[in-house]
Design a protein around this ligand. Structure first.
Ligand code: ADP
Ligand code: ZN
Length: 217
């Protein structure tokens, strides 16, 4: 199965993708994680993307496409993958069409008020990238990752001003892609989240049921 997990910032893409990874044995290519890793390590790529990521703007397509290709090459032949955070522009989508086939779009529909609540209390493990939320998905010990013991930090782009910019960028540049994939007749699995307390397990179980109906899980 090759999937794109699609949705606004804070719609839960990363959380669901990492759970699908362990349940279905697929690889996940998460663009934002790759950029944050490079920022942390201060690599040449990290230096190139820093200004964009910190302001909540899209990294230029040529850089993103290069990074994607490098990471796709590492996916073993025959293994499925989920793209999280790619594509975000029509150009990125069109480039991908020459590289691999997409079987399904996993679309997360989450109202803005939930997104803002979630993003402002989100914390990330600085070691393994696991995502927590101080209000709805708490670590067992304050400030410490349940999975690896790493310490938790707040993303520099999870500030009210940058959150607003990211949501705007999503509306303007990324959401038109949905129409693009509808026209291409790629099947959609839509998860509609209506409350703050829907556990990720429930969402993921429903997704897997739907994937089975499409013979993709
Ligand atoms: P979000 O929580 O906003 O969905 P991500 O972790 O996926 O964020 O991405 C963080 C930042 O990395 C984005 O705001 C953007 O600056 C950059 N980025 C990630 N993926 C892409 C992409 N496909 N094209 C351009 N920029 C990207
Ligand atoms: Zn961790």
């Amino acid at each position: 199965m090759n999937a794109i997990i699609f949705g606004a910032p804070g719609s839960g893409k990363g959380t669901y993708a990492s759970r699908l990874k362990s349940k279905l044995g697929v690889d996940v290519i998460a663009m934002g994680d790759i950029f944050r890793e490079n920022l942390k390590e201060g690599t040449p790529l990290g230096k190139k993307v820093k200004g964009y990521v910190e302001k909540g703007l899209l990294v230029p397509d040529d850089i993103v496409i290069d990074v994607l290709k490098q990471h796709l090459n590492k996916v073993p032949k025959g293994k499925g993958f989920i793209l999280d955070g790619y594509p975000r522009t029509i150009e990125q989508a069109e480039t991908f069409e020459g590289i691999a086939k997409i079987d399904v779009i996993l679309l997360q529909m989450v109202p803005d008020w939930i997104i803002i609540e979630r993003l402002s209390s989100r914390r990330i493990c600085n070691n393994c990238g696991a995502v927590y939320n101080l209000r709805f998905l708490k670590p067992k010990v304050d400030g410490i990752c349940d999975k690896c013991g790493g310490s938790l930090y707040q993303r520099s782009d999870d500030t009210p001003e940058v959150i607003k910019r990211r949501l705007q960028v999503y509306q303007e540049q990324t959401s038109p892609l949905l129409q693009h994939y509808k026209e291409k007749k790629v099947p959609f699995i839509v998860s509609s989240i209506k409350g703050l307390d829907t556990p990720p397990e429930t969402v993921v179980e429903t997704m897997i049921k739907e994937l089975k109906k499409l013979n993709l899980a």
